[in-house]
Design a protein around this ligand. Structure first.
Ligand code: KG4
Ligand code: ZN
Length: 349
């Protein structure tokens, strides 16, 4: 049996997990720094790095104890080495390299985005090739996943990432950071969805255009106007429910339109017939979007899967699992592997 320790520190979650090649999460811990960053309306890199430093060592010790493992029992140590906030990435990476050096274990450098797109293979039976929609706070991409080291970007955002669009819209509506989950909750309270869509018409940038790129910044500007001067005078709680629904509805329409093109392109570029797609990254926690995308995928005979909620947002198990996938292929990295704040996925680098 192979066992990998995974460490994630690239943003504002300090996360550690031990996972086996039999897809068992032996132990995992996530510490969210969100309450620290909330008052600044976003993640402050320096504070994030210091927080990782304060927590990470004891979390690693606790996770190993909880899994009843000695460090010698590990097959490898995998850490996120990018992309992300450089200070935090270095904290996790150096902790992982130190354990690897001390116990003479292989070190595996994981691209955070690769870990997100491979996570569904930990929880579901997913085979290469598959189509992935990666939607997080910093990224929005369609990718054709042909293997762990063969991923091709089919489309991306030309301005804001989808999570960012959620967060900025939420901020304009006076909601806390990160706003995605709050918008979803407000939208669930919308009493008359059709009326909401009619009252708050929002633009759909790039809609019906060729390709599978996204654009969300026009939406944000339109919402800003609605919030500043609502159609009937001032903003009431019901208006916020309606705006949240109109926003999510428009996002879903945009994604479905882009998905149609992405499926065609992925089929053309794939040697084998595509039968599965996955949605990964923090925004995949949104059930309204997930259900809408799943229905659309089904009409194209694609099974659509997403990891369980706790594995949708950043976590250590996804890093450990990606490490196991690399280990299985015989891929490990030297201790000289650098931290990479920018590390695009699926493009010629
Ligand atoms: O992948 P993630 O945890 O962190 C990175 O950006 O790498 O994604 C965080 C993003 C945030 O923008 C957050 O607002 C969004 O995921 N998010 C959601 C939901 N839950 C988290 N967006 C919409 N609906 C949700 N339920
Ligand atoms: Zn992430």
């Amino acid at each position: 049996m192979k066992i990998v320790l995974g460490i994630e520190t690239s943003c504002d979650e300090t996360a550690v997990a031990v996972v086996t090649n039999e897809k068992k999460i032996l132990s995992h811990q996530i510490f969210s720094q969100i309450n620290t960053h909330k008052k600044y309306g976003g993640v402050v890199p320096e504070i994030a790095a210091r927080n990782h430093l304060d927590r990470l060592d004891t979390m690693i010790v606790d996770v190993m104890k909880d899994a009843h493992l000695s460090y010698n029992a590990l097959s490898a140590i995998a850490t996120t080495t990018g992309p992300g906030l450089i200070g935090g990435v270095m904290v996790g990476m150096m902790a992982g390299k130190t354990i690897a050096a001390t116990y003479d274990k292989p070190f595996i450098a994981i691209n955070h985005l690769v870990a997100h797109v491979l996570t569904p293979r930990l929880t579901e039976n997913i085979k290469f090739p598959y189509l992935a929609l990666l939607v997080s706070g910093g990224h929005t991409q369609f990718l054709l996943i042909r293997d762990i080291d063969d991923m091709l970007e089919l489309g991306t955002t030309i301005d804001d990432a989808l999570g960012e669009a959620f967060d900025k819209t939420a901020k304009m509506m006076g909601l806390p950071y990160p706003g995605g989950p709050y918008i979803e909750q407000l939208a669930q309270k919308c009493r008359d969805p059709q009326k909401a869509i009619d009252t708050y018409p929002l633009p759909k940038p790039l809609y019906r255009r060729a390709g599978c790129d996204f654009s969300f910044s026009g939406l944000k500007t339109a919402i800003a106007k609605q919030v500043q001067s609502p159609p009937d005078g001032d903003i009431k709680p019901e208006d916020a429910h309606d705006i949240a629904h109109a926003f999510q509805h428009t996002i879903l329409e945009i994604i479905k339109d882009r998905l149609q093109n992405a499926i065609c392109l992925a089929q053309d570029l794939s040697q084998e017939k595509l039968t599965q797609m996955v949605i990964v990254g923090g925004v995949s926690a949104n059930r309204y979007l997930y259900n809408g995308i799943k229905d659309m995928a089904h009409t194209h005979t694609l099974e659509c899967l997403t990891p369980p909620l706790k594995l949708c947002t950043d976590n250590g198990a996804m890093i450990a699992w990606a490490g196991l996938e690399f280990l299985h292929k015989g891929i490990t990295h030297p201790l000289s592997f650098p931290a990479r704040p920018r590390w695009p996925l699926g493009r010629a680098q």
